[in-house]
Design a protein around this ligand. Sequence first.
Ligand SMILES: [Zn+2]
Length: 320
Amino acid sequence: MRTIPALFGPYGGAAVEFLDRFERYGANALWFHGFDPAAFDACAQHGVAACVEFKTFRADFAARPELIPLGVDCQPIRYGRLVQGVCLSQQDFLEEITADLVAGLREFQPAGIWLDYLTHAGWFEVPDPDLQDSCFCAACVADFCTATGLDTTSPEEILRTAAKQWERHNCERIAVFAGQYADLIHAYLPDCVVGAYMCPWRPEEFDRALSRIFAQDYAMLAPAIDVFTPLIYCAKSGRGPGWGREFLEASAAFVPHDRPVQLILDAKDFPASLRETAASDHASRGLQVFDGAAIFRDSHLSAEFAAAVEQIQRQPSAGQ
Ligand SMILES: [Zn+2]
């Protein structure tokens, strides 16, 4: 099994200008969007681990309406300014994702690649999510029937009589893609860490929406995913600053024990959420900070971050 280094640092290319301060404040990694040549160069110059956030199932629905999943009424799902997830029967789009990944792997050697939007459709970074079952297009329903041996074309009947099979099938579908992407990554870069950004809800929350709506199942994903990264954006999600600590301490009940959890916190929630996370009995394996350039723009936050990194690394559970 790959050893998973404890990587600490900001998410966001804007932090490149602060790379010369990383070491002073305990940061050793930078996460950035896509295979960004300038970010790779800058990380190499400063001896910082370059980690890619790789977009999977997200697209501009205005430009690509064929990718919009269908709801139980066989109409395109409702969505607002932000939405993730696509109809997973759209082969051309799936081939584009694979081609983007292979193109990056041929040219760059990231320390890690975190798969983003590896979910069914919706948006979870809000206090009051609009949760919809999907995708009930003819091709996705046919795929379900082939996989389960059931014979139906009615979304309503599926949810009424076979909801568990539907949920399991969708989770398996997402997990199969995770496996394909992980295999591709390791074919080029055997030591590359494969992470996944996760819906940050515990399995029972919102009537089990983690698996029922977003089709993320930790146990099914674990063979492909080395480290799980829930998006702990407290203010955006209407949660208190202790959410990250609470997630870590609850995670042993649903995250396979040989798979570490590495939180991504939102700089907007600092320093309170950072202090709470650092105090967790169940240490985060490294730490990402969304809009992480903010850490380095404020000397108080820089010091807070450095102290949190030290505290996390001192935890007896930090190396497990
Ligand atoms: Zn579909």
